[in-house]
Design a protein around this ligand. Structure first.
Ligand SMILES: NC(=O)c1ccc[n+]([C@@H]2O[C@H](COP(=O)([O-])OP(=O)(O)OC[C@H]3O[C@@H](n4cnc5c(N)ncnc54)[C@H](OP(=O)(O)O)[C@@H]3O)[C@@H](O)[C@H]2O)c1
Length: 303
């Protein structure tokens, strides 16, 4: 039985991963900001600002999954918040990498979260593949620094897989409940032009993907973790309305209103490009939710 350590495991993706890895027969432990030896799975502690980690957490682990990071869409992007968003990813990764390099027995694989934000908050018709250059905007900079922090681990010969995750669609958490709430209340509408692309992935597919890359020894490097169908924001809004049985009839929320409300952070909802998942499909992964309606029916429909 393989031992897995998951960081940031108390979040949306980590909770699902814990369940799915456990079901697949793995032994799970967590690494979080609040240690708790009595919890199942056990939570080892780390203090990223102080660059301290409970080294026991890393012993005997064959698989490490790194999800930790301050939420990007919770608070306005002041300079201090931007620093927190970057540091919580880059400094945590650096701490993990340094600690792993000091181990006599290193893990077989390190699976790291990154985001399609790497390609930038832009709306173009370009379909981004993994070899595209990072954007120079805040999100692009954050993701490229996050990924670059893994280089010493790759140089040391550890198999590293980086998943550039799109917008995760889930029942309780992430973007979907925020979009579905107003639509349920008959006050939902597209955001901005509605033409921006939303590279989405169903949480179950994402969790399956983490398992797939962790177990498949031939896979390493960067993979986009997004579904197959390219969807515009207005189409997503209409499809949510359809799944909920609610018409969406209001005009779009103007971009300037969102910019006033959210500042620079508005870019994450007002902009978006198409992202290819061909590379992971070519590596043999198949998605359970190929169609948006099918994903939304599963997440929002009355079953
Ligand atoms: N959900 C999405 O749509 C999406 C899309 C693209 C990329 N991602 C990335 O995938 C990762 C996991 O996503 P998620 O949706 O599960 O995120 P989440 O629900 O926000 O959970 C992230 C976890 O990171 C830890 N964390 C929070 N603030 C932190 C800080 N300041 N310093 C260190 N750790 C902190 C927390 O775990 P503890 O309290 O246990 O320490 C938290 O549960 C994130 O890094 C996110 O950027 C998510």
């Amino acid at each position: 039985m393989k031992n897995v350590l998951i960081t940031g495991a108390s979040g949306l993706i980590g909770v699902q991963l814990t369940q799915d890895f456990k079901q697949a027969g793995f032994q799970i432990t967590h690494l979080g900001r609040k240690a708790n030896a009595n919890r199942i799975p056990r939570v080892y502690g780390w203090d990223i600002d102080a660059q301290k980690i409970d080294h026991e957490a890393l012993h005997g682990k064959q698989i490490i999954v790194n999800l930790a990071g301050a939420p990007v869409a919770d608070k306005r992007w002041t300079d201090a918040r931007k620093k927190e968003i970057i540091d919580s990813r880059v400094k945590s990764t650096e701490l993990l990498v340094r600690s792993i390099l000091a181990l006599e027995h290193k893990p077989e694989v390190f699976v790291a979260a990154s985001a399609v934000g790497y390609y930038g908050m832009v709306t173009t018709e370009q379909i981004f593949t993994e070899d595209a250059a990072p954007s120079t905007d805040f999100f692009g900079h954050c993701c490229s620094a996050w990924e670059a922090a893994l280089k010493p681990l790759q140089d040391a010969g550890v198999r590293v897989v980086i998943l550039r995750i799109g917008v995760v669609l889930a029942k309780s958490g992430g973007a979907l409940p925020k979009l579905a709430g107003p639509i349920k209340a008959f006050i939902g509408s597209p955001l901005g032009s509605g033409k921006q692309w939303v590279p989405w992935i169903h949480l179950n597919d994402l969790s399956k993907l983490f398992l797939y890359v962790a177990q498949n020894e031939t896979i390493q490097g960067i993979y986009n973790a997004v579904g197959s169908v390219h969807t515009r924001q207005a189409e997503l809004t209409q499809a949510i309305g359809k799944a909920l049985g609610r018409p969406v009839f209001l005009p779009a929320v103007p971009a300037f209103v969102l910019k006033l409300m959210l500042g620079e952070m508005a870019g994450i909802v007002l902009e978006g490009s198409r992202v290819s998942n061909q590379k992971i499909k070519d590596a043999g992964f198949s998605f359970g939710f190929e169609q948006l309606d099918q994903a939304l029916e599963d997440l929002l429909g009355k079953k």
